[in-house]
Design a protein around this ligand. Structure first.
Ligand SMILES: Nc1ncnc2c1ncn2[C@@H]1O[C@H](COP(=O)(O)OP(=O)(O)OP(=O)(O)O)[C@@H](O)[C@H]1O
Ligand SMILES: [Mg+2]
Length: 269
């Protein structure tokens, strides 16, 4: 098991305000698996991913990566923030070199890895440009190889294509998949897009809106690259959409229970 997520609870306390965001989240991810966390806005996806990254602590439970408990961020976990988050004042090359410098990788090794990564992402010849001088696709590939620079055990991506328009998004999904297929790093990706989840993932974990629970766990058994026209592809999408709809109803029920002061567990007809 590459990643073990064990009984994670997360409660935010601000003054007198207590917010339970994640409730008893447990799942395992196998080596080389591409797993998506799918769920509506506010369900706790970013919170969970940043706990796995070690940016935040869980209130309860623990995360193991390669059998070792996560206590803080580390080079075993690469992270891609929403909208790529490249350093705008650094060239493509310096963006990619940055994490390797942080890890004190020797100059020679850095140079070697840089040219390997540029080749992998078809970015050779563009390394001296700044983020504002390259296309959305190139930015995304730069962010991916920057996250892969130190050969992480696990790649964590928070809606890496969140701000991209529909057509561009499909092109970038294909590029991202092609990059991933080259070395099959274990991936956990956050998305709220059902189509993206089916296109990219080996497995999709669905979270409910407000109760911060897992309400679905579906393996996508389709050949890669996936064909969006395929009937089976459509049926996976339909299945996930229906799980999400159930989630919304489930949350409504939860709210109604709260409003009416009914004990949880009692049926609302
Ligand atoms: N530091 C914090 N203090 C208090 N509440 C927080 C904090 N961080 C997140 N939350 C709350 O936790 C909930 C989950 O937030 P999170 O960012 O994990 O959601 P998300 O699923 O990533 O949503 P989105 O799809 O919109 O990015 C939200 O209700 C948010 O307001
Ligand atoms: Mg988020």
């Amino acid at each position: 098991m590459k990643v073990v997520i064990e009984n994670i609870d997360k409660v935010f306390k601000n003054n007198n305000n207590i917010k339970e965001v994640l409730k008893d989240i447990s799942f395992n991810v196998n080596e080389g698996q591409f797993v998506s966390l799918l769920g509506p806005s506010g369900c706790g996806k970013t919170t969970l991913l940043s706990i796995i990254a070690g940016f935040q602590d869980a209130t309860e439970g623990k995360i193991l990566v390669n059998g070792l408990e996560v206590k803080k961020p580390g080079p075993d976990r690469g992270f891609i923030f929403q909208n790529y988050a490249l350093f705008p004042w650094m060239t493509v090359k310096d963006n990619i070199l940055y994490p390797m410098k942080q890890q004190k990788i020797s100059k020679e090794k850095r140079k070697e890895r840089l040219s390997e990564l540029l080749k992998m992402a078809h970015l050779e010849g563009n390394e001296h440009l700044y983020p504002h001088q390259i296309s959305g696709g190139m930015k995304q590939r730069t962010a991916v190889i920057r996250a892969l620079a130190c050969k992480p055990e696990v790649l964590l991506m928070d809606e890496p294509l969140g701000a991209v328009d529909f057509q561009m998004r499909q092109i970038l999904q294909e590029e991202l998949e092609a990059l991933w297929l080259q070395d099959k790093t274990t991936v956990i990706m956050v998305t709220h897009d059902v189509d993206e989840a089916v296109y990219m993932s080996d497995r999709v974990i669905v979270m409910s809106t407000e109760s911060g629970k897992i309400i679905g766990d579906l393996e996508i058994n389709l050949k890669r690259p996936r064909n969006r026209e395929d009937l089976e592809y459509e049926s996976y999408k339909a299945k996930l959409t229906s799980i999400l709809k159930d989630a919304l109803n489930y949350d409504k029920k939860d709210k109604e229970i709260e409003r009416k002061g009914i004990n949880k567990g009692e049926q609302i007809v």
